[in-house]
Design a protein around this ligand. Structure first.
Ligand code: ADP
Ligand code: MG
Length: 271
């Protein structure tokens, strides 16, 4: 069975570009004609807000999807963008209810595997699913890692941020062992400022330390991301020629290229 390739963004540090990566990479993949489902797995609902959906007014959210057995998963999906080339962005939004079910998930056996199970419902409808995580090493992160084929770790290009990555990597490793699941990861440098020599030195250190475990494309600082969040749209749709949009389009190209070259072939979830 052809299944969607599932990514999660993760970093226990806030403000590093997790949500920006989910939305801008998702919209970049959609402009190549792919069907993309974005899942907001952060109770703070930044992704939901960024796509102009009001968290307080939701009838259903990702919390219903994860926790209720009789719930029809398609009820949680909001169709946000339909492109002429067949590409789309759909959203499973979040709100504070996700924080409420977090405790319930932690105590239940297999709580961290519930999201993965529910995603099977969407296999036929999407090419890529991107889960946006909260900045916490919690059962929500476990759920995201367990459900995904690959974790994207956005990292800012300064030494402290790069050093913080090791903690996350060892956490991902523990999650994989505990759940007996397999998942790869790739680091993505975000908010790179090529005018500062410290940024450039950090990038060298980073490339040396993580060798093949990073995207070749890097994301530069671009103030247009702020405009995009104010307008509550993906930057790729507002200005496809902006630096930030082009950077994420390059990441999308890398991902698509991996598939075409068979480097990163889709696999079935029961493998
Ligand atoms: N490449 C970038 N250049 C400039 N600002 C950025 C960039 N990426 C993200 N931002 C801004 O940084 C802030 C934090 O990004 P966000 O994606 O919300 O981080 P996280 O989800 O990790 O908390 C947001 O205001 C966002 O618009
Ligand atoms: Mg976020």
């Amino acid at each position: 069975m052809k299944t969607p390739y599932i990514f999660a963004t993760a970093n226990q540090k806030g403000g590093v570009g997790k949500t920006t990566t989910a939305i801008t990479l998702g919209s970049s993949l959609s402009i190549f004609g792919y069907r993309v489902l974005l899942i907001d797995l952060d109770p703070q609902a930044s992704l939901t807000n960024h796509l102009a959906v009001e968290p307080e007014k939701l009838e259903y959210s990702v919390a219903n999807l994860i926790i209720s057995g009789s719930f029809n998963p398609s009820e949680a999906v909001i169709n946000k963008y339909r492109l002429k080339n067949g590409g789309c962005i759909d959203l499973i939004p979040s709100n504070i209810n996700l924080a409420r079910i977090e405790a319930e998930l932690s105590v239940s056996t297999g709580g961290g595997l519930k999201l993965k199970e529910k995603l099977k419902f969407f296999y036929d409808n999407y090419d890529y699913i991107i889960i946006d995580s909260s900045p916490a090493l919690s059962v929500l992160l476990i759920s995201a890692v367990a459900a995904s084929d690959e974790v994207i770790i956005p990292v800012m290009s300064d030494f402290l941020s790069i050093r913080g990555v090791d903690l996350l990597l060892s956490t991902i490793d523990k999650i994989e062992k505990a759940l007996d699941s397999r998942c790869t990861y790739r680091l993505l440098i975000t908010m790179f400022d090529r005018r500062t020599s410290s940024s450039i030195r950090s990038l060298d250190y980073f490339k040396n330390k993580y060798k093949n475990a990073h995207f070749n494309s890097i994301i530069n600082i671009d103030t247009r991301f702020r405009d995009a969040s104010m307008l509550r749209k993906p930057l790729t749709y507002i200005d496809v020629h902006s630096r930030g949009a082009l950077d994420y389009i390059n990441v999308a190209r890398e991902i698509i290229g991996d598939f075409n070259n068979g480097v990163n072939g889709r696999r079935t979830k029961d493998e």
